[in-house]
Design a protein around this ligand. Structure first.
Ligand SMILES: [Zn+2]
Length: 410
């Protein structure tokens, strides 16, 4: 059977037009959630949804859905992502998933394809969490992770409330219009990492979203004059911390190729050139698809800190303060994505997402999955973010093929 294909040129035009909204001089976009730029982007999306014959609705969190009927009723196969961006972000993060979903619907229209289940396009509000923290707020609220009041009460740095800004831009709808329930959810997204490029593969079948745990380590020694203290009589907190930090890197390298560990933040006291550091506080970020491995990494870190404390005399304390469980995607959705790749004759590989996406929360409410498109240089959240037109088309074709499988197309 010959696979149906999207209109690659039309998809590029949509991406380019959306990227004009909030365009930055360096070739990226700034479209912060609930800003004037976000409103202008939403207006375009609404116009395009309506133009594709979709019934458009907006919920109480500003999530926008456009639905195409199936031959049967019931919950739709939901396709989408987000149109908000970070400051000086790229043209593809999020936008690709919404424009790709719209292109799928336009292609179904062009071909006169009737699906058994309805197919719907969604634009989730405030995925990035840059202006209003945390990230993935409105997919999270729909999946039951946050209450509406929690979301409404968030304020930006100027003290503007989420609810007021949502009303101001004209996208405060009603709870009855929420995108879920859905029969399944599919999100097309750029990889935001270097794996597909390194392996020369255009698309990735995403197995799930890794678990993350954040810890804070404090090493406390003794601040003292850098001159009179001989080396064997010091308790240098930074020298001790350095041993732990190189150990953190080793923990990930020795685990397996899925394990990553990062020390990204470090504070040093008193941070003076001629004083031995008395206290060092640093963060540790562990990520892995397997919860048990994360627990092992934490236990190993605790042992390492205890060992370094004993050997250096700098007392170490480990505090674990946040964990996000791994989210494996639904096997039926993952199989639909892989099947679509095979039907298109596309080389692909399975990989886990190291970053969070709306699909993480949506997966708690319905069967969900994701498709990754190769990112040039693995770059994202920057103006240089780029995916080649052929890869974008390949990803959108996989989205179409997988959606047809899940919606039981003709
Ligand atoms: Zn994104």
């Amino acid at each position: 059977m010959l696979a149906v294909r999207i209109n690659a040129e039309r998809l590029q035009v949509s991406l380019r037009r959306l990227a004009e909204v909030g365009a930055t001089p360096g070739g990226g976009v700034t479209r912060l959630a609930l800003s004037d730029e976000d409103k202008a982007g939403r207006d375009l999306v609404r116009e395009w949804m309506a133009g594709a014959g979709l019934a458009v609705k907006v919920d109480d969190l500003g999530n926008m859905t456009g639905q195409r009927s199936g031959t049967e009723g019931g919950p739709p196969v939901l396709l989408g992502s987000h149109c908000d961006s970070v400051v000086r972000g790229g043209k593809y993060d999020g936008a690709l998933g919404v424009m790709g979903a719209l292109e799928v619907v336009r292609t179904l229209n062009d071909r006169g394809i009737q699906t058994r289940r309805p197919v719907a396009v969604v634009n989730w509000t405030n995925e990035e969490g840059v202006r209003f923290e945390p990230a993935m707020q409105c997919s999270g609220a729909v999946a039951g992770r946050f209450t509406r009041e929690e979301v409404y009460g968030r304020t930006d740095r100027q003290g503007m409330r989420f609810e007021d800004e949502l009303r101001r831009i004209g996208y405060l709808g009603s709870e009855a219009e929420r995108p879920l329930p859905a029969a399944a959810y599919l999100e097309l997204h750029i990889e935001q990492g270097p794996v597909l490029e390194a392996e020369g593969v255009p698309v990735g079948v995403v197995a799930g979203i890794v678990g993350i745990t954040w810890l804070e380590v404090v090493m406390e020694g003794q601040a003292d004059h850098a001159g009179p203290s001989p080396m064997h009589l010091r308790r240098d907190a930074l020298a001790a911390a350095a041993r732990v930090i190189s150990g953190v890197e080793r923990l990930a390298r020795e685990q397996d190729e899925s394990a990553v560990a990062t020390v990204g933040r470090l504070a040093l006291e008193p941070n003076v050139i001629n004083t031995i550091p008395g206290k060092v506080t640093f963060s540790v970020d562990f990520r892995h698809p397997d919860r048990a491995v994360l627990e092992t990494q934490v236990a190993r870190l605790e042992r390492l800190v205890a060992e370094v404390s004993r050997e250096t005399g700098a007392a170490g304390v480990v505090r674990r303060f946040w964990t996000s469980e791994p989210t494996p995607f639904d096997p039926s959705v993952v199989a639909a994505v892989a099947g679509a790749c095979d039907e298109l004759g596309l080389p692909h590989r399975s990989l886990w997402s190291g970053a969070g996406h709306d699909a993480k929360y949506v997966a708690e409410a319905c069967p969900a999955g994701m498709i990754f498109v190769r990112s040039r240089g693995g770059l994202s959240h920057c103006e240089a973010e780029e995916s080649g037109a052929e890869d974008v088309a390949a990803g959108a074709n996989v989205l179409l093929g997988a959606a047809l499988r899940l919606a039981a197309g003709a």
